[in-house]
Ligand binder design. Structure first.
Ligand SMILES: C[S@@+](CC[C@H](N)C(=O)[O-])C[C@H]1O[C@@H](n2cnc3c(N)ncnc32)[C@H](O)[C@@H]1O
Length: 255
């Protein structure tokens, strides 16, 4: 087992703080519009974000270049009985406009874990922003640099920690499985450059990848970890904690 996997708690929850905020925001948008939302999930993969939104009644378009991911997405949608509300398209985030057509407009566009892997994050955000209807929202989830600095340092991988801190792409080397990591100010600037206004900026999943799995051997421990994550995500007066989260969640509105 790799060092990374050994340190990751078994059964660590998906980032529940992201899901909770996204669900609440989608409900708010649905109430404003008086109908289910048209949602575009760019780099939606196997549907971890998209399928729960379809279960909530929204109409999903998922774009991903991976046929395997789209196959799993379709299977997951069928299992949940929402295949009629999930459209799966093979393609890239930065050329999605050509795929969905010039008239397409979405109430919510998700780029979760996608900006790390695309060729050009600016082009991907630009393509996403261009498909937002008036008063629609872009939801971004990206890997944060500082978390990787800390987790590598705590694991004794000090040269990697320093590389993550100093390299512009936030990687510890060519073997790093994450192609790039982000800093909050750069992400905020990126959405603003495309005419969007950030309305929610929160670092999440602060502890789950730092606590060794050996220290989390009971359901009670895992529940306590989840409660700690939730408390950290909501501690507005301790925003520093959010900067240390493994992911940054940004909701940005088109005015
Ligand atoms: C880390 S996964 C995230 C999956 C999903 N959004 C989630 O949060 O679980 C990254 C996804 O981006 C997809 N991807 C890779 N290159 C892409 C591109 N140029 N445009 C859109 N998606 C891409 C991958 O196939 C993969 O499904």
């Amino acid at each position: 087992m790799s060092d990374d996997r050994a340190r990751r708690p078994a059964g660590a929850p998906r980032t529940t703080a992201v899901q909770r905020v996204l669900d609440a925001h989608a409900e708010q948008l649905r109430a404003t519009r008086g109908r289910a939302l048209r949602v575009l999930d760019l780099g939606g993969g196997t549907g971890g974000t998209a399928v729960p939104l379809a279960v909530a009644g929204h109409e999903l378009t998922v774009v991903d270049p991976s046929p395997d991911a789209l196959f799993s997405l379709r299977r997951r949608a069928v299992e949940q009985g929402v295949e009629q509300r999930v459209r799966a398209l093979q393609g890239d985030a930065d050329t999605v406009g050509a795929l969905v057509g010039p008239e397409a407009a979405f109430d919510l566009v998700c780029l979760h874990g996608t900006l790390e892997v695309v060729d050009d994050p600016g082009a991907a955000v630009g393509a996403a922003a261009a498909l937002l209807a008036p008063d629609a929202t872009l939801s971004l989830v990206v890997a944060q640099r500082l978390h990787a600095v800390l987790s590598n340092a705590l694991a004794g991988r000090l040269e990697r920690a320093r590389a993550v801190l100093e390299r512009p792409d936030g990687r510890w080397g060519e073997e790093d499985p994450v192609p790039r990591r982000f800093d909050e100010p750069a992400v905020v600037a990126l959405v603003q450059e495309h005419g969007l206004t950030p309305v929610h900026v929160q670092g999440v999943r602060v502890f789950a990848d730092l606590v060794p799995s050996a220290l989390l051997d009971s359901e009670a421990d895992r529940a306590a970890l989840l409660a700690l994550e939730e408390a950290a995500a909501q501690a507005e007066e301790h925003r520093l904690l959010g900067s240390l989260g493994s992911a940054l969640h940004v909701l940005a509105r088109r005015g």
